[in-house]
Design a protein around this ligand. Structure first.
Ligand code: FAD
Ligand code: UDP
Length: 392
């Protein structure tokens, strides 16, 4: 008898498996319908021996020290700060838009003071910032919105930015300085030996059994278990009772090219001219040296594996109905990007899983996460049923 059947071996499922097994001595079966662990963060060495991310570039960044400390138990890190260029008006310029972007695009010589005046002269203030269009137009005006955001967003989501929640384009700030990093989080790093290696370490416990190429529906009535952790799409779990929740998909076209370097930045975004949104060159992320280089082109599409929940009011309303079913489902915990229909980054999914685990064992999240970062601690068999007992 398993204590837990965990559906999905991505971040949400793997953190839960690790905590339940190492933290509470539970017996866990984790299954995934894909032929590998690590979910969308899966990486592997391709035929040419280059480490690539099968489902697009994954860059770890967080402000949550407890999340970083927790994952540090399973990997060493390679310091890495992500940078992106956008192809606009025949130039490659930094995105997020910063001082250099504006100076190069318009042949100006602004400084940090005068650029704010420049933005103030072109921005169209809006009283309510409700949509992804409002966010950008109210900070940098219509022209820059059209150059950098409108085309990219229409391609990526199949929707005009005016239909999407503000939170989508708000992920990309505007800067008045020369900082050209994509993220400004305190912790920015890549797992030194890759994500899949990190997941292998998380799942390395005799109390965790991993079953791949397996949809949970094939085994749920055959294999006895007490509770379930579900990390797949929430609408699928309930057999689409209220209709399908929209998810956006991508086609990833991988290529390996002769020559050590292909492009001048880890990622180049193509807001306008191309059918793809961005091109990612993996060696920048991994630091690998190799005579060849591997890239992936991202082509957005409606059909295919669900990668992105689509943040807009209609979808939030439909998700609320599924959430009510999920909240009422006894003995099933719904976590992760697909099961809670949230446009979450990896660190947010880890935090959500740690919080759910903390609830299950009756701890608060910060305490549970701090304890989780200490390998010797266990809630199991009376070895620490309180906040401090068993800590070593
Ligand atoms: P997933 O990784 O999707 O795992 C869910 C698993 O459940 C899947 O492996 C699936 O096969 C399995 N499953 C579903 N249904 C079933 C079933 N019926 N039976 C068995 N198994 C099932 N985040 C960052 O922080 N930084 C980034 O740079 C970044 N880049 C990204 C780029 C792309 C292109 C995408 C799509 C996402 C990116 N993310 C990034 C987000 C990151 O991928 C997610 O936050 C994270 O992987 C979500 O983990 P999860 O466990 O919730 O979901
Ligand atoms: N975006 C854009 N132009 C860009 C970069 C981003 O319009 O050059 C918008 C687009 O809608 C995108 C969103 O901002 O989906 C969030 O960008 P991010 O890079 O965070 O997307 P992700 O890495 O999650 O695909």
């Amino acid at each position: 008898m398993f204590d837990y059947l965990i559906v999905g071996a991505g971040f949400a499922g793997a953190v839960m498996a690790e905590r339940l097994a190492n933290g509470s001595g539970k017996k866990v079966l984790i299954c995934d319908r894909r032929p590998h662990i690590a979910g969308n963060a899966y990486d592997h060495y391709n035929d040419d021996g280059i480490l690539v991310h099968k489902y697009g570039p994954h860059i770890f960044h967080t402000n949550a020290k407890d999340v970083f400390d927790y994952l540090s138990r399973f990997t060493e890190w390679r310091e890495y700060e992500h940078r992106v260029l956008a192809s606009v008006d025949g130039m490659l310029v930094p995105i997020p838009i910063n001082l250099d972007t504006i100076n190069r695009l318009y042949g100006l010589n602004l400084d940090s003071m005068s650029i704010q005046e420049f933005f103030d002269s072109i921005r169209e203030p809006r009283e309510n910032i409700r949509t992804s269009e409002d966010v950008v137009i109210s900070s940098v005006g219509r022209e820059l919105y059209e150059k950098f955001f409108r085309g990219y967003t229409r391609k990526q989501w199949g929707l005009d930015p005016s239909k999407l929640d503000a939170s989508v384009t708000a992920r990309v700030p505007t800067r008045t300085n020369r900082d050209d990093r994509y993220f400004t989080d305190t912790y920015q790093a890549m797992p030194r030996h890759g994500y899949t290696r990190m997941f292998e370490k998380m799942l390395d416990n005799p109390n965790i059994k991993v079953l791949l190429n397996c949809d949970y529906r094939e085994i749920e009535s055959e294999i006895p278990y007490r509770e379930m952790v579900y990390t797949g799409p929430v609408d699928a779990y309930f057999d689409y009772r209220y209709g399908e929740l929209p998810y956006r998909s991508l086609e990833f076209r991988h290529e390996t090219l002769d020559g050590e370097v292909f492009q001048p930045a880890p990622v180049v975004n193509f807001p306008n001219e191309q059918p793809y949104t961005r091109v990612n060159e993996f060696k920048y992320l991994t630091g690998q040296t190799h005579a060849k280089t591997s890239v992936v082109y991202e082509y957005p599409q409606a059909e295919g594996d669900p990668y992105y929940p689509i943040p807009m009011p209609e979808n939030a309303a439909l998700y609320a109905k599924y959430k009510a079913l999920a909240d009422a489902a006894e003995g099933v915990h719904f976590i992760g990007r697909l099961a809670t229909y949230k446009y979450y980054n990896m660190d947010q999914v880890v935090a959500q899983a740690l919080t759910t685990y903390a609830k299950i064992v009756g701890e608060n999240r910060k305490t549970a996460a701090i304890l989780a970062a200490k390998p010797g601690y266990s809630y199991a068999n009376g070895n620490g049923s309180g906040a401090t007992r068993g800590l070593n």
